[in-house]
Design a protein around this ligand. Sequence first.
Ligand SMILES: *Cc1c(COP(=O)(O)O)cnc(C)c1O
Length: 401
Amino acid sequence: MRISAPIVESLDSILPDEPLLMMGAGPVPIPAKVAAANGIVINHLGDTMSRIIEQVKAMSRYVFQTNSTHILGVAGPGSAAMEMAIANLVTSGDSVLSVTNGFFSGRLAEMADRVGGNVHRLTIEEGQAASPEKVKSALNEHRPQVLTIVQGETSNTVCNTALPEICRLAKEAGCLVIVDAVCTLSTMPLNMDEWGVDAVITGGQKGLSCIPGVSLVAFSEAAWTKIEERTDTLKHWCLDAKLADKFWYQSSYHYTAPVSGIMAIHEALRLVCDETLEARFNRHLKCSKALQAGIEGLGLSLYTHGASRLNSVVGIHVPKGLEQKAILSHISQQFKVEISGSFGLDIIRIGQMGEQCRVHNIFRTIHALGSTIQALGGEANLPQGVAMLEKALQDFEPSFT
Ligand SMILES: *Cc1c(COP(=O)(O)O)cnc(C)c1O
């Protein structure tokens, strides 16, 4: 043997004794039932798998609020689901309007470019939600076949709150709408059918509080018609929706499904159904607003203002004189709380997706963040932070019934 086996450490010795609390922009903590399901392997075809797939689709219809009969899974990250939506709905030469608020919406535009779309980027001012007026004039100008947009732009914590209106305008203009809901699905309302969304993209490790690496896409009837009527052969074999349909609707083979990942998604969706969307949206809103109050109570300032603020991930200006990297590393090492930086912005981000939205997790995070800033020589009013967090929790009135 030329190449000898390397000497490596066991996972036990690499991983910390106490797991880090994952409070960043994803992956997020997963419930014990999801973790247990992810340890199961069964036959990827056959009756048991078919029953599980039927349930995954039924639960997805609830979570996406759709009657779609074209819900497909993909063995891959949220980006694979993005690429599946784009590759199947954008044909070479199509005019595509990409509403671009930041990193992930920019990725949708790049993907549309790569499949030969004639992409027009509507670049939205940093930190702002897209306005229906601007989208309307861009629709008039570019006459797109497809519009791409994110519901929540995780990278800079902006929420496209006018999404229902933007979808309506796009429908009026006769254009298919692709919405990236990787961050937001099941954290805030997304009514696929009512809003007229043609493709909803999700991932596992964010709003759904599941594992990374298995994702879902739902297509509308109009989207499916376009897919069926395509006469060219898709260049992406794995992502070909017509091939994926064989597994998801015909109990037959496309590629070996990510069996354990599907088990995990099944459990994650079942927990959403158990909780109900209304209760889940209220929990997310309550925890995120309380976290935001706690952050301001510490004396820190939130990055996104007013109506454009995303609740699913909260962005915070790095306090003057401190370094983003130093904060992330101190809070992780000293407090076992993991939070995120951002792509090029001088902000830190704290997630409020799925299991992150638990009262004990936000108290621990506020304590850890305030203490970290003090330890690094900055100012943070910890008693006030904790008090404002508590007050926001007590004052919360549910918005969803
Ligand atoms: C994280 C994220 C993605 C990409 O998901 P990956 O699993 O990292 O590929 C896409 N869109 C949004 C809005 C996201 O937050």
